[in-house]
Design a protein around this ligand. Structure first.
Ligand code: AMP
Length: 283
């Protein structure tokens, strides 16, 4: 695996591969099996696979965990090497932002609702850095986890609106044996919180059952899921949203055909998210 920390060197290397398909996996590092699943797809479906590791300061709010976000570049490097990633791009903040950027990409209204309302900087910062990385790498395909469901929709809308020539490939959430979605932020959990955290994915299954049993409205489904999560004393519900899976708009009193259920739940220091798309006729 070749490792580059500057845009210039990376571009020079990628110029040698013109005409070959390139699969790209942008990450913030502290990798786990979820990231590696994306990296394997990028390797298997393209001639050349590229991953990036960059903890992007512009997508963290002033009170968020940019400074303490877990980092371990040596371990990440070895993990990417083990799955056959060809190129790693690991720039510094100074390389990506030599001067405070005056241009941002904002996808509206998608980027300001739900997670974007809880974290006003997140989706604008993420869309902007993904646009930058897509311009730097110019991949054929870019791989994103469905765990960050709203991010996938934002990035897909952005590449359509800006005519960025890339195929966005969504990848299903990779989970631990007990169902907890893998996340770099799971390291914030105490052992007791880690034991409690699968309540999040159990709530997705509970919602699917409720839909199957014929629960009638988005409000009733949200309330049902809230109560189910609240039965776990260590869980503090931040957000339960039942939305149309394509637009994330509210659907009034009727459940949409394709339901996106988006959850955000705090366990101690960690705010975890999870998500499911429930197809009503297949629930
Ligand atoms: P992050 O490093 O958290 O910014 O994540 C980088 C990419 O990996 C994003 O596209 C995430 O959605 C994806 N990802 C993170 N966790 C998982 C997971 N458990 N399963 C699948 N993809 C994931």
């Amino acid at each position: 695996m070749k490792v580059f920390t500057t845009i210039g060197e990376l571009r020079a290397e990628l110029a040698l591969s013109r005409g070959r398909s390139v699969g790209f996996v942008p990450t913030m590092g502290y990798l786990h099996e979820g990231h590696l699943t994306l990296a394997r797809r990028a390797r298997d479906e393209n001639d050349l696979s590229v991953a990036s590791i960059f903890v992007n300061p512009t997508q963290f709010g002033p009170t968020e965990d940019f400074a303490t976000y877990p980092r371990d570049i040596d371990r990440d490097r070895a993990m990417l090497e083990s799955v056959g990633t060809d190129v790693l791009f690991a720039p510094t903040v100074g390389e990506m932002y030599p001067a405070p950027p005056k241009t941002t990409v904002e996808v509206l209204p998608l980027g300001r609702m739900l997670e974007g309302a809880l974290r006003p900087d997140y989706l604008r910062g993420a869309a902007t850095v993904v646009a930058k990385l897509l311009n730097i790498v110019q991949p054929t395909r870019a791989y994103f986890g469905e765990k960050d469901y709203q991010q996938v929709l934002v990035v897909s809308q952005m590449v359509r609106d800006l005519s960025i020539p890339v195929e966005i490939v969504p990848v299903p959430t990779v989970r631990d044996a007990d169902g907890l979605a893998l996340s770099s932020r799971n390291v914030y959990l105490t052992p007791a919180e880690r034991r409690a955290a699968p309540r999040l994915n159990l709530a997705l299954a509970e919602a699917r059952d409720a839909v199957r049993r014929g629960i009638a409205t988005p409000a009733a489904l949200e309330e049902h899921v809230r109560r189910f999560i609240a039965e776990e004393p260590l869980a503090e519900v931040v957000m339960v949203a039942v939305r149309d899976a394509d637009t994330l708009e509210e659907s009034g009193d009727a459940l949409p055909e394709r339901i996106a259920l988006l959850l955000s739940v705090r366990f101690g220091k960690a705010r975890l998210i999870d998500q499911a798309v429930i197809e009503r006729d297949r629930a």
